[in-house]
Ligand binder design. Structure first.
Ligand code: BTN
Length: 331
């Protein structure tokens, strides 16, 4: 019996007895019990009460392709080469990279491959960090798109992705989200999500970009106990249930639109909106420039037309194409 079939019965958060589920699925109670142990191993909280049966610690909205596709226009659907939903994967970005290596994807004419997973066992953050990815309660999304004019034209793409993601969240009632250069999504200084871009191909010609997006939706403190920075989930912000399917659909829609816009005019068309969302604008900050030199302090002054960070230092205006930014109380 399939793990997913059982989860679908339990998803309503109500009690279901082993007998009832066995009858519904045409299997023995022992088979149900065995599958429940597998479900438990993923970290999903299952309560069992004598005489009542089993129920999930809370309601679960599983990711469903039809609900995600509902948000897309005909043009968007035509651009989808594949939309894959997995129960578990090491990392959706890694899966996307493997798909590229298999080389049987048809990404011509701007078509995209998208995958989402209920869980990641080896989720990746920027700079080699771990991205906590518990089952069934967040968004782990990756998209592959081919670009044919070299990586230099892709400057600012990750910032445009952040803008598209904020637009999608706004449409789901998640408001007040800010961006932190280069591509963190924050709410009241707490991390709500992150973006990780990876590339393959020719730096001067045709290259494929993997756009990975992770957003915390309803993960609990217990599930995120290893996160070592202030974080928040979308349901804390809205105070109500946030549909992962709706948000995944909106992200797909806004990302496809943003990529079309980026193809036309690069980051310049997103600059103003990005700056209006900038969490650190006019703040005292410190940039550690990928270990190249000591930390640079200054006032954050927004971004250039290609998405590089502008910082007013004592020695004048400095432009950063990479690095880590931290708030300082003064410069
Ligand atoms: C960051 O450090 O802020 C970036 C986090 C990116 C996480 C997403 S989740 C989907 C995709 N798969 C991964 O392994 N990472 C990205």
């Amino acid at each position: 019996m399939k793990f997913l079939t059982l989860l679908e019965i339990l998803a309503d958060g109500k009690f279901h007895s082993g007998n009832e589920m066995g009858q519904e699925l045409g299997v023995s109670r022992a088979a149900i019990w065995k599958t429940l142990q597998k479900v438990r191993k993923t970290g999903i909280d299952i309560h069992s009460v004598k005489g009542k049966g089993y129920r999930l610690g809370r309601k679960l909205e599983l990711l469903k392709q039809d609900l995600i596709l509902k948000e897309l226009s005909e043009t968007d659907i035509a651009a989808l080469q594949q939309l894959e939903i997995l129960l578990s994967v090491d990392s959706t970005n890694n899966l996307a990279m493997r798909k590229l290596q298999e080389a049987n994807l048809n990404l011509q004419d701007g078509r995209v491959y998208i995958c989402l997973s209920e869980q990641q066992t080896d989720g990746k953050g920027r700079r080699g960090r771990v991205w906590q990815s518990p089952f069934g309660c967040n968004i782990y999304f990756s998209l592959i798109r081919e670009f044919d004019s070299g990586v230099a034209r892709l400057e600012g793409l990750s910032l445009a992705v952040a803008v598209a993601t904020v637009r999608a969240m706004e449409e789901c009632g998640i408001s007040g989200v800010a961006v932190k250069w280069p591509n963190d999504l924050l709410w009241q200084s707490r991390k709500l999500g992150g973006i990780l871009l990876e590339m393959k191909g020719d730096v001067a010609g045709v290259c494929q970009v993997i756009i990975g997006i992770g957003i915390n939706i309803s993960a609990s403190v217990e599930q995120m106990k290893e996160v070592d920075q202030a974080w928040v989930n979308a349901e804390t912000i809205t105070g109500t249930h946030v549909s992962r399917n709706l948000l995944a659909g909106k992200i797909t829609k806004h990302l496809l639109n943003a990529i079309r816009q980026f193809d036309e005019s690069g980051f310049a068309g997103f600059k103003q909106e990005w700056e209006s969302l900038d969490a650190f604008r006019e703040c005292a900050i410190e940039v550690s420039n990928a270990g190249k030199e000591q930390k640079i302090k200054g006032i954050s002054k927004g971004v250039t037309d290609t998405g590089a960070l502008k910082v007013e230092t004592r020695q004048g205006l400095r432009i950063f194409n990479g690095g880590e930014v931290r708030l300082k109380s003064s410069i």
